[in-house]
Design a binder for this molecule. Structure first.
Ligand code: SAM
Ligand code: DTB
Ligand code: SF4
Length: 336
């Protein structure tokens, strides 16, 4: 991409899809004055998307808590006392009721999350059955179940799973300060299995875990330099949960958060950038800045997996005030 896009603004702009971003280029973008960075991100956004349209997904925790991993941010880790009640896989009737409600509230995608390090094959079978039923409702499907083998990814694809979420969370360098029970390469391996199975990849990270600006830049550079850009890039602001090691982490400077959204938009021009966890503690004005910077999807519904999210009424009103409309599910989704 032309980093100095001041030539001829009357010409159509087609940002290049690159996988060879250097540390220097990314640092240069992050060091731009705020208005300049936002202008570039907005130009890239408009070249690929209608900037007044935002995709809505709804999350459901289908298996909560008791996770053997030690992710320092996570209320569902069995390593920390967060007061969360662990539960087994949810009954399919309840999952389908929740999916129907999500659809009726305006979501186009339903994302099922499970607190597993890695599902067993029998777990994958049960989730595959849920995926097939949710698809029948006319919703796109997404799941986040932990590490997947290639045959497990194939099975989920065959059941109709559209997206698999698996976050890199932070830079390769900072990863070990946040998670001790697995390594970065484990995450990359699962992402490759998901890709090879032919599913869309949803992969992003969390800001506010004590990482520095270089870690944030490296997270996004790692994502952009994957063989294919994730179709969906969730940027989460840490939800500080009492009992986790990060309960007292310093808050992220809101302008730094917007800069990271803008950087994600510039590095991955055709990806959906999701303004994910943390909206409950963001002002409407900060969220509006994130949409300007290129965020074009959010989670709709009062609860994320276990923590609060803004109410559907509040979000509807916010989108209305900004003249933003919900993106429809792609045609081809069957509705029953
Ligand atoms: N166990 C699976 C895994 O780790 O991939 C799936 C569920 S896990 C809860 C999904 C993602 O939620 C994590 O990768 C992390 O990015 C995000 N997450 C978890 N706790 C969070 C928190 N307190 N604040 C922000 N994001 C969080
Ligand atoms: C993602 O990046 N964020 C979502 C979704 N993908 C699975 C999860 C956020 C979880 C926030 C903490 C919780 O509610 O438990
Ligand atoms: Fe388990 Fe996922 Fe939470 Fe880590 S983020 S503790 S793997 S549920």
């Amino acid at each position: 991409m032309d980093l100095n896009r001041d030539s001829d603004l009357t010409q159509p702009f087609h940002p290049a899809i690159r996988h060879d971003w250097t540390r220097e280029e990314v640092a240069e973008l992050l060091a731009l004055p705020f208005a300049e960075l936002l202008f570039r991100a907005m130009s890239v956004h408009r070249a690929g998307f209608d900037p007044s349209s935002v995709q809505l997904s709804t999350l459901l925790s289908i298996k909560t808590g008791g996770c053997p991993e030690d992710c320092a941010y996570c209320p569902q880790s069995a390593h920390y006392k967060t007061g969360l009640k662990a539960s087994g896989l949810m009954d399919s009737d309840l999952v389908l009721d929740a999916a129907r409600r999500a659809r009726d509230a305006g979501a186009s995608r339903f994302c099922m999350g499970a607190a597993w390090r890695a599902p067993r094959d029998q777990d994958v079978e049960q989730v595959a059955a849920l995926v097939a039923c949710v698809k029948q409702l006319g919703l796109e499907t997404c799941a986040t179940l932990g590490m997947l083998s290639r045959p497990q990814a194939d099975r989920l694809k065959q059941a109709g799973l559209d997206y698999y979420n698996h976050n890199l969370d932070t830079s390769p360098e900072y990863y070990g300060s946040i998670i001790g029970t697995r390594v970065y390469q484990d995450r990359l391996d699962t992402l490759e299995n998901v890709r090879e199975a032919g599913m869309h990849v949803c992969c992003g990270g969390i800001l506010g875990m004590g990482e520095g600006p270089a870690d944030r830049a490296e997270l996004l550079r790692t994502l952009a330099n994957l063989p294919e850009h994730p179709e969906s890039v969730p940027i989460n602001m840490l939800v500080r949960v009492a009992g986790t090691p990060l309960e007292d982490a310093d808050a992220v400077d809101p302008f730094d958060f917007v800069r990271i959204i803008a950087l994600a938009r510039i590095l991955m021009p055709r990806s959906m950038v999701r303004l994910s966890a943390g909206r409950e503690s963001m002002s409407d004005e900060l969220q509006a800045l994130c949409f300007l910077a290129g965020a074009n999807s959010i989670f709709l519904g009062e609860t994320l997996l276990t923590t609060p999210n803004p109410s559907v009424d509040h979000d509807r009103r916010l989108l209305e005030r900004l003249g933003i409309s919900p993106m429809a599910a792609p045609s081809g989704a069957t509705r029953g």
